[in-house]
Design a protein around this ligand. Structure first.
Ligand code: DON
Length: 583
């Protein structure tokens, strides 16, 4: 009895001893990062110098290790991207693509487009049957849905231009180790793998590691070892770009295509290059933004949204108030109508970027805004530029290194686990990014997005994206790094996080964890997360003519904010296993 009490007392004391430094650290605003143990997940992290926020704690830790060893944000980004390909197979990838938005400590900015491209054999009617109906399964599942992967080219090109470590092998090795030794899968991952078992089996020609033998189910804590993926990553480590786009891996991709009716060829792979694009820049209430230009619609759409609401006192309307929510929905309606008509790969279609971002144009777009009534989407058309010269799974990570270089990368296979096809013998999933093209004008893709000529399928063209990796600065100083998955909802989620901080004075953690809503012109609906709006607001918006529909989570934001005192605050979304840590 006495012994028990004594033990209890000791435990209380030791608990107290553990908590005191934590409270002190919090009060002093300094780092509270615990040493990394297993899967402890950190949703908010404070640090003095450097920070990584990603969708998986092991990937976050890999990035942090590279930063500690003297790597810069780009070195860490490459290591995190590859670690996610192992630990977060639904979206982390080497068989997909993405976008990098970069800002150096000195203020130099760059954006890299390493998104997938349509194979040479692709054509406008690739997904139509003989009657002209869209064959959605073909654009979404299996071999024909895959675009030419861009991730490894992206990693190599960002390495060549900006790496500080200058040791590519060191950046790839952590991913190889994770694939070789395995890691414990989380509950979410186990459930998600189970939900997709049948698809993996159906759309892969050789049974992949994700399919359990004998119909067993994945359980939380099971160790996922990926030997074939480790081998592919070893080829990439030793041969760089050629380890993926040539030789053994290229042979395996093409063999997989031939077995499953896909169209990616060796020439497609050899020819693939990622593209450095001129960063898109914008302004909002005294802040400067760097965003991704087309072939993402993300930068343009985000800047349009900000431009449309800027002349309204959003902050004084109140967070999720009727007035603020209505204004944002109405702006979204107009922006997504423009997206459907005007946005596509600028190498194939003359995207009228300047016209879409012109301040007068944006004001004119809002001239029929009625503060008391919803505009039916059918009545909203895209802006008319006839005279213009001819001209739910993705993942995002945000990184700031000790020098102040910042990286925002959003990367994807498109849907969860892409087209569900694992390249036989090579152990990685292929994307189903071809569904982001407009298979037929007016026919919605898996995100309900429609499009036309600007985003029609063409050989070698990149499909339109909504990915919105974004960097915000104030008075020339880094302020925020932000991004999220979520298909077409990406743009509105990033918009809400930015306005939550700038207009509604939230901390970055509050801004990321706050409930979100989304509307995209067509379908004429406003999707809200559970408990997003108070009942009264909800009812009022319905009376005004908005069609409100509750749905699951919107996005999984990873953001870092540089506070006034120069310290970093990282926020990983509570909607997933996402994790933030720094030093
Ligand atoms: O590029 C795009 O816009 C889409 N392929 C992104 C897909 C996505 O975010 C799915 N995540 N939930």
């Amino acid at each position: 009895m006495v012994f028990k009490n004594h033990t209890k007392q000791k435990m209380k004391q030791s608990k107290l001893l553990k908590i005191i430094p934590l409270i002190l650290a919090l009060l002093l605003g300094c780092k509270i990062n615990k040493p990394f143990i297993g899967y402890s997940i950190q949703k908010t992290a404070f640090s003095e110098k450097a920070m990584v926020v990603s969708a998986h704690p092991l990937a976050t830790q890999v990035g942090l290790d590279i930063l500690r060893k003297g790597g810069n944000a780009i070195d860490a980004a490459i290591a995190v991207q590859l670690a996610l390909a192992v630990t977060y197979p639904r979206a982390g990838n080497i068989g997909g693509g993405g976008f990098l938005v970069y800002r150096s400590a000195k203020g130099e900015t760059a954006t890299l487009d390493f998104r997938e491209k349509a194979p040479a054999a692709a054509h406008r009617d690739l997904y139509l049957d003989e009657k002209g109906n869209v064959l959605l399964e073909k654009s979404q599942k299996g071999h024909l849905a895959a675009g030419i992967p861009g991730t490894i080219a992206g990693c190599v090109q960002m390495y060549e231009k900006y790496s500080k470590l200058k040791d590519f092998k060191r950046l790839v090795q952590p991913a190889i180790d994770l694939a070789t030794n395995g890691f414990e899968i989380t509950d979410r991952e186990a459930k998600s793998l189970n939900n997709n078992q049948a698809d993996f089996a159906k759309y892969s020609t050789i049974s992949p590691v994700f399919v359990q033998k004998g119909g067993e189910m994945w359980q939380k804590g099971a160790i996922l070892i990926q030997k074939e993926l480790a081998n592919t990553l070893t080829l990439v480590r030793d041969k760089g770009r050629a380890g993926f786009y040539e030789g053994e891996t290229a042979d395996k991709i093409v063999a997989e295509m031939q077995r499953g009716g896909g169209i990616i060829t060796k020439t497609d792979l050899q020819k693939y290059q990622a593209t450095w694009r001129k960063p898109l820049t914008g302004k909002y209430r005294g802040y400067d933004l760097v965003g991704m230009p087309p072939p993402s619609s993300g930068g343009i759409a985000l800047f349009q949204l900000l431009g449309m609401v800027e002349s309204y006192p959003l902050g004084s309307y109140g967070f999720h108030s009727k007035a603020a929510t209505h204004l944002i929905i109405e702006a979204e309606r107009r922006v997504y109508a423009d997206r459907a008509e005007h946005l596509g790969d600028p190498d194939f279609y003359p995207v009228p970027t300047d016209k879409l971002l012109n301040a007068n144009y944006l004001q004119k777009r809002m001239s029929d805004f009625d503060p008391n009534k919803a505009t039916p989407s059918q009545a909203v058309k895209a802006g008319n530029f006839k005279n213009a010269p001819a001209s739910e799974q993705t993942t995002h990570f945000s990184i700031i290194d000790a020098e102040g270089n910042a990286v925002a990368v959003t990367t994807t296979l498109n849907d969860n686990y892409g087209c569900r096809t694992v390249v036989g013998g090579a152990g990685f999933l292929l994307n189903n990014e071809m569904d982001d093209f407009s298979a037929k004008p007016g026919v919605p893709n898996m995100y309900g997005a429609i499009g036309g000529e600007a985003n029609a399928i063409q050989a070698g063209k990149t499909m339109l994206s909504s990915m919105t990796p974004t960097i915000v600065t104030k008075n020339g100083k880094l302020f925020m790094v932000v991004g999220t998955p979520g298909g077409t909802t990406i743009i509105t989620s990033v918009f809400q996080v930015i306005t939550n901080v700038i207009d509604f004075n939230m901390s970055i953690s509050e801004a990321v964890q706050a409930k979100r809503f989304h509307s995209q012109w067509l379908p004429d609906k406003v999707f809200i997360e559970k408990d997003c709006l108070e009942n009264g607001t909800n009812m009022t918006l319905k009376t005004m003519g908005h069609h409100i529909e509750e749905r699951g989570n919107l996005g999984a934001v990873e953001a870092i904010l540089v506070r006034g005192d120069g310290k970093l605050e990282g926020a990983a979304d509570i909607r997933g296993d996402d994790d933030a840590r720094g030093f």
